[in-house]
Write a protein that binds this ligand. Structure first.
Ligand SMILES: [Fe+2]
Ligand SMILES: [Fe+2]
Length: 490
């Protein structure tokens, strides 16, 4: 009996670990929900109305229409659910994009019938969705778009459907990983070539002629025109992806890498006006990147997020110890712990303002408040206690929220460890370094800062190890700078 319980527990753990992070999806307004629901209804009607066009109508026709209608409606709901699970930050505009692309494809199927190649109508949207919303969402979209066909098109070549499904899945998987526009261009050449070869092998080249092809846009055996059309539409889609990024706020890998460019005006400003913060940022990027790699997180996301996490310090660089260069500390001059706490909180608030002004995508902007979570500003809290001021503990805590993803949690941990590791003696042993790291991790854990991040104990252990490895790598060339014992100013 005990064995059975243990096996059930293990299976349950395995199931939980195979699920997406349990981050709460953002709320969608009622009006947006209504619009999305109406579009789903329209998709279901378009996909099923042909069943009611047969003469004479029988009771069983209504039944099969009802089943078909509910099936499509249910799959639309499933698609939205999958997209929200994979992208907890997905907004209504992005859901509208996924659903509208499905509506568009179903309309094309109805209007053009078998005159339009399934390759050209399913693969390009799959590329947009995989780039902007990830592989799982794209695969869910592809399976619905490939399997739901109007009644009149049920005679469509099954080999062509199979090739479309395989190519679209291939694009969905690669599209979610591709990191540059150049690779996208390669994909838009190789997928049509692959489709051409597979069609040639599976469907054959009957009725096929390069020159005598009147209906170049039809799919009945016109293999070459199908693949050429697919290549053209994919290239046009790639050209339009930056527009989709800005209109729908999509965060593609290419966009992430563009934002991580250190020549971006905001990052250049940080390096000139707050050089200490810039150095701190670069070191944190190294720590966070290594840790994210070891737990299999999103490296491009954390690299870019780390770069922007402290841009808010640009509002008053000299109030932060890393930029003081041994000069006057304005906090000592005002000698008011409550005011100092406000300045620290301002680096989060101002950071969010910078993010809005520079149109940073939400997943990147999230690093700004979440890297501080609701941490205590211990140094100033102690000072306020020494001065016996009248205050609430919340006055000396950041406003949060606490990290909502593994990546923002790693950044919080890296942010806490950076100054401590940099300040460590050059001859310190590995065990001393890991002890310092563990203390910082423990303080964040007992404070509940990692509660929503979905980091497992094993992952936390791996993150500690990776921080130690980075420290070992950099200690021989590190430069010490003055820091407070409890890292109050970061
Ligand atoms: Fe910060
Ligand atoms: Fe920081």
């Amino acid at each position: 009996m005990q064995n059975t319980t243990r096996i059930i527990k293990k299976l349950n753990n395995l199931w939980n670990r195979s699920q997406f992070p349990s981050q709460n999806p953002i709320q969608i307004s009622k009006i947006d929900k209504l619009i999305i629901f109406l579009i789903c209804i329209v998709i279901s009607i378009i996909s099923s109305y042909e069943i009611l066009l047969v003469q004479p109508l029988e009771g069983s026709d209504f039944l099969s229409w009802g089943i078909n209608f509910s099936e499509v409606l249910f799959t639309c709901g499933f698609l939205i659910l999958v997209s929200r699970k994979e992208n907890p930050n997905i907004n209504s505009r992005q859901i509208l994009l996924i659903i509208s692309l499905l509506l568009f494809v179903q309309m094309i199927k109805n209007i053009f019938g078998s005159g339009f190649s399934p390759l050209s109508i399913i693969i390009p949207p799959a590329l947009i969705i995989s780039q902007g919303m990830g592989t799982i969402t794209a695969l869910a979209w592809v399976s619905i778009a490939s399997l739901s066909w109007p009644e009149s098109l049920t005679n469509i070549n099954s080999y062509l459907l199979l090739i479309t499904l395989i190519c679209a899945c291939f694009v969905s998987v690669l599209g979610g990983r591709i990191r540059s526009r150049a690779q996208l261009l390669q994909l838009s050449i190789f997928v049509p070539i692959g489709a051409l070869i597979s069609q040639w092998l599976l469907i054959g080249n009957e009725e096929y002629s390069f020159l005598d092809n009147q209906e170049i846009f039809t799919s009945n055996g016109k293999i070459f025109s199908d693949s050429l059309l697919l290549a053209i539409i994919m290239l046009i889609t790639i050209l339009f992806i930056p527009i989709f990024e800005s209109v729908f706020g999509l965060l593609t890998k290419a966009r992430l890498l563009e934002l991580a460019d250190k020549e971006k005006p905001l990052i250049r400003r940080l390096s000139i006006e707050a050089p200490g913060t810039f150095e701190h940022t670069l070191l944190i990027c190294g720590l966070a990147e290594e840790a994210t790699r070891i737990i299999g997180g999103d490296i491009d996301l954390i690299k870019t997020g780390s770069l922007y996490h402290d841009v808010g310090k640009l509002h008053a660089p000299n109030w932060f110890i890393e930029n003081q260069d041994g000069g006057v500390n304005p906090h000592d001059e005002i000698d008011d712990p409550l005011k100092s706490a406000e300045v620290l909180q301002a680096h989060v608030d101002e950071g969010l303002k910078f993010a809005r002004k520079n149109r940073l995508p939400k997943p990147i902007a999230n690093f700004i408040p979440e890297h501080q979570g609701t941490l205590k500003m211990g140094y100033f809290l102690n000072k306020a206690e020494e001065k016996k001021l009248n205050f609430n503990e919340s006055d000396f805590r950041y406003k949060g929220p606490i990290p909502q993803s593994k990546e923002t949690a790693i950044l919080m941990l890296a942010d806490g460890c950076e100054a401590a590791l940099r300040a460590m003696d050059i001859n310190a042993s590995d065990s001393e370094a890991i002890e310092t790291i563990s203390k910082i991790f423990y303080s964040r854990q007992v404070d509940g800062q990692l509660n929503d991040s979905d980091l497992s104990k094993g992952e936390i252990f791996l993150i500690k190890k990776s921080f130690l490895n980075v420290w070992k790598r950099i200690r021989h060339r590190r430069i010490q700078y003055p820091t407070t014992i409890n890292n109050t100013f970061s």
